[in-house]
Structures are given as C-alpha cells and as structure tokens.
Design a protein around this ligand. Structure first.
Ligand code: GMT
Length: 378
C-alpha cells in the first residue's frame, strides 16, 4: 500500500509514534511518504520504501501568521498525484486532519479518491483541540475522517465527552519494538553517569507544564534524602529554566543532570533504575512504555491512559496528580531493596511486552484495509 504520513517531526510522542509506525510499515512492504515541515527526528534512514517530502511555507510579510495548513494541503495534493498515494494517515488532529480533508476535496474534484485515517494523540483533544477557538474545526475534521483512532480507551472517552463525534473510534495503543531493545546494548556504561551504589532516576519529556516538572524534582528530592541517587532530566522545553532554578534552591545541583534532547533514549533508559511521570494529563505515556520496555519501573500519576499501561504494584505504582508524598514513598519502596528493585524491573519488562509492535502494527494495517474497502467501486 502507498501511504502518506503527516505528523509533527519533533521529539513529541505523536511524531515518534508516526515515525516508528512508518518505518515498520515500510519493512512490511508498504511504501511510506512522510509529508511534513522537516525530516522527523527519529527517521534516520530513508530507503526505497521510505520517502520524505518537505512542506515549505514561504515567508510573506503581509501574513502575520504563515499559512501552514494551506501549504500542507497543497503538498498533499501534489504528492498523492505524483506518487499515487492510496491513503493518508494523519497524526494529531490539529491542523493535520483539517489540511488532509481540504486535500481530499481538491483531489476529488479531479476524480482522485484518497481516504483519511486520523490518529488522535492526546493534547490535540484534551488540551488544545477542545479550546473554543479550535473546537468546531477539530470536530468537523474528525467527523470528516474516514477512520479515526485514539491511543487509549481513556482518550477515546475524552474525545466522545468533549466533542460531538459521529465516527466510531478505534483504540490502537502506542507500541515499542521489544526485539530491537533486547538486542541494543551489552553494556549500558552506567559507570559514566553514577557510582555503583547510586540509584539512577530518569524523566524524559518535552518539559512542558503538563509534565509537572516541579513534581519530578520534588519527588527526587525526597528520594535522595533516603538513599544515594541521581536524577537524569532529559528533554528541552519551556519548564527547563524553572527546573534549573528549583534544583538550585533545593541544593541538589550535584545530583541532577540535564541532558537536553537526545536520540540515545534507549541508552539512557538502559542505565536507569526508575522512571518518573507525574503528568497532569497523559493520553497514553509513550515515554513510560519505553522505560518499561527497557526494564525500568514507572512511578506515575493515574491520569488518562496511564493506568492502561502501568500496572499498579507490578510494573510500578500509580498515584493521584500532585500526590508528591505518595509518589516519593512508592519510589523509595522500589529503590531501597535490591531484590524488590530487580522484581519490579522484570515486571516492567513483562508488562511492556503487551505493546510490542508485532501486536499493534497489524491493527493499523487492518484499519487501512477496511477503510480502503469502503471506497472500492463495484
Ligand atoms: O506529551 C508529549 O510529550 C507530546 C504529545 C504529542 O502530542 O506528541 O504526546 C501525546 O501523544 C503521545 C503519543 O501518542 C502519547 O504517548 C502522550 O501521552 C501524549 N501526551 C499527552 O497526552 C500529554
């Protein structure tokens, strides 16, 4: 199948899922065309089956805001015609589902039919999309999609609660490649980051407000009072400056390492003992799943889709949003005993196996096939 993939090419979870999905589909024989404003960060190699088409938005002084949707929908029309793309899979409703619908309409005028599959990732629904400024356009473009998927049951419920949706929503969870992770490292080079007796606690995100970075730091502060530990804060984002200040105020600068954006996530997780994700809302929590697949237990909130992946008392613990004391206590419970930590690490790995791409990617393929079938003229 020839599939056009539209996504945000950045370090955010939706872009990562779109990229990993595209790469895996290409290995399964599909021809994948990424259409976005820059090469997706996790897309290292282009091949016969994987193409990247850049959407240019020329600066024009008259425009206060440059019209990305317009450039994207024009590019979609051109690429569908040039490569014979059969289906568009757009990740993140805003503005991708909207631009895809416009492209679909333009193509229809020329007798070309291309169905749209839209995947809802979370903030396009819970934080941004439901804002009155966007809601009518988001509702419209979800309803105009030929198939809609969401990354968790929780996100499906939120979507149906917040929008007037007429479409059926298929739940297709985020995924990881267990085999790739298992083969990756024989030595994590843990010694580069911490002493043998120190526990390594990790948080990875785009350091936005929703990730509750002050809570990450406060939980770590409580942990390091009880046992020797280091915190790896991975990612870049608007909360970084405040985080650096808080770390200084708490007098733990020598215990906290800011690693910035990284393409070495599996290496970092390989030497981590515990992952913190105290988010205010999280439709799935891909970062937590990536941690678990590397054998790292997760201390998270019980918000959104997190209870669908982190099994409370097995792969880690779940707590209410802002329950810093509870999350610190649970973290210390896991970390203070070698046998307990080993058990949680093994459990985290087992729990993550449910989300192996071999179980999840066929779900997308089935949706593509069923969607295309709807358009076959008999
Ligand atoms: O929250 C992020 O880090 C980025 C965000 C995005 O839109 O790229 O992630 C969302 O999509 C991911 C992939 O489906 C999910 O795993 C994340 O839980 C979701 N983030 C939120 O809901 C806050």
């Amino acid at each position: 199948m020839k599939i056009g993939v539209v996504c945000y090419p950045t370090f955010g979870g939706s872009g990562v899922v779109a990229t990993e999905l595209g790469i895996e589909l290409s290995k399964r024989g599909h021809e994948i065309h990424f259409i976005t404003y820059s090469q997706p960060v996790r897309l290292e190699l282009l091949s016969n089956n994987v193409h990247f088409h850049e959407v240019h938005v020329p600066e024009y002084p008259l425009f206060h805001y440059q019209p990305y949707e317009l450039a994207l929908s024009s590019k979609l029309v051109d690429m569908v015609k040039l490569y014979g793309i059969e289906l568009l899979h757009v990740h993140y409703a805003i503005p991708h589902a909207y631009a895809a619908f416009m492209a679909q309409q333009m193509l229809e005028e020329e007798g070309i039919i291309v169905p749209i599959v839209t995947t809802l990732h979370g903030t396009d629904i819970t934080l941004v999309g439901s804002h009155p400024f966007y809601k009518p356009a988001v509702t419209f473009s979800i309803n105009k999609s030929d198939a809609v998927t969401s990354v968790s049951e929780s996100l499906k419920k939120d979507t149906l609660r917040l929008f007037d949706i007429k479409e059926d929503i298929h739940v297709v969870p985020n995924f990881i490649d267990i085999e790739k992770i298992d083969q990756k490292f024989t030595d994590c080079q843990r010694g580069m980051m911490a002493e043998d007796h120190e526990r390594i606690i990790t948080h990875i995100s785009n350091l936005r407000e929703v990730k509750q970075i002050p809570d990450v730091i406060k939980i770590f502060y409580n942990i390091q009072k009880e046992l020797p530990a280091k915190l790896m804060l991975v990612g870049e984002g608007p909360e970084k400056e405040g985080a650096e200040r808080l770390v200084e105020e708490l007098g733990i600068t020598d215990r906290v390492v800011f690693l910035g954006n990284s393409n070495e996530i599996d290496r970092i997780l390989c030497f981590s003992d515990l992952f913190l994700l105290p988010s205010k809302t999280e439709s799935f929590g891909l970062a937590a799943l990536e941690a678990m697949s590397n054998g790292v237990p997760v201390i998270s909130t019980n918000t959104g889709g997190l209870p669908e992946i982190n099994a409370d008392g097995f792969s880690g613990y779940l707590s209410d949003v802002n329950a810093i004391h509870d999350m610190s206590k649970n973290a210390i419970k896991i970390l203070s005993n070698d046998a307990t930590l080993s058990q949680f690490k093994a459990n985290a790995k087992i729990q993550s196996e449910k989300f192996d791409l071999r179980n999840i990617v066929p779900m997308y393929e089935k949706i593509y096939e069923e969607t295309l079938k709807k358009f076959v003229v008999v």
